[in-house]
Design a binder for this molecule. Structure first.
Ligand code: ADP
Ligand code: MG
Ligand code: MG
Length: 209
């Protein structure tokens, strides 16, 4: 059957850690233009702590509960509670299982996104991580709905997240620190949308054949 396993989802988090560590300076550079120059260090510290705390969870809910709680408690910035909520909701929605079929995976990620929206109150177009996450999940649903494999749908989701990230450049920020700049926030990629594009790149790579 076409499923995402506990091992693959554990690998997702490891690949996300690797990408944020590799791109830490870049994420911080983006945040220095329209924020407070800490997005790279926030995400690298958070995901490094997740990898230290993970151990060998027996089920998918335990994996994401640890990841989410660790991010909420170890990252001071806006991104920690938002990514933390994303992972916590994925865990509670997935439940105490060791694999998810495509529909269950999509439902868990959609619940995570709903948590981000509820916690941060951002709407599409506010120049936040929402602008990468929303298109990614829409592409995942569309791919699975048209009969694609999980791997192919996740690859489409990664492409959509990257396009959503790119589309944040001209936007004026309406949420988070970048919103303090008003019109001067335009002309820069959003740091959180950029890390979210790495999140979905990592997912596609972990689920890829
Ligand atoms: P901080 O802004 O507290 O320093 P980070 O620099 O780690 O935190 O993260 C900034 C990113 O968080 C932004 O680029 C944006 O994508 C995201 N963000 C900020 N506020 C919100 C919000 N209310 N909803 C969704 N995402 C948000
Ligand atoms: Mg910041
Ligand atoms: Mg900060």
């Amino acid at each position: 059957a076409d499923t995402a396993s506990l091992e693959e989802l554990t690998d997702w988090l490891a690949r996300f850690q690797a990408l944020v560590v590799e791109n830490q300076a870049y994420l911080t550079e983006l945040d220095s233009a329209i924020g407070d120059a800490d997005h790279g260090s926030n995400m690298a510290r958070g995901m490094n702590t997740v990898e230290l705390k993970l151990g060998s969870p027996a089920t998918i809910d335990a994996l994401f509960k640890t990841a989410g709680m660790t991010l909420v408690s170890s990252v001071g910035g806006a991104s920690g509670p938002l990514y933390g909520t994303f992972f916590l909701r994925i865990g509670t929605t997935a439940g105490a299982v060791t694999e998810l079929d495509g529909a269950a995976l999509a439902a868990a990620l959609r619940a995570g996104f709903a948590g981000v929206l509820a916690r941060g109150n951002a709407e599409p177009g506010d120049k936040t991580m929402v602008d990468a996450m929303g298109p990614a999940l829409d592409a995942l649903d569309a791919g699975l709905g048209s009969g694609s494999s999980i791997a192919a749908a996740a690859s489409a989701a990664a492409d959509a997240a990257a396009a959503g990230r790119d589309a944040t450049e001209p936007l004026v920020a309406r949420k988070g620190r970048a919103s303090y700049l008003g019109d001067r926030s335009a002309g820069h990629l959003d740091p959180g949308a950029t890390s979210t594009a790495f999140l979905f790149r990592a997912l596609a790579d972990a689920l890829g054949d």
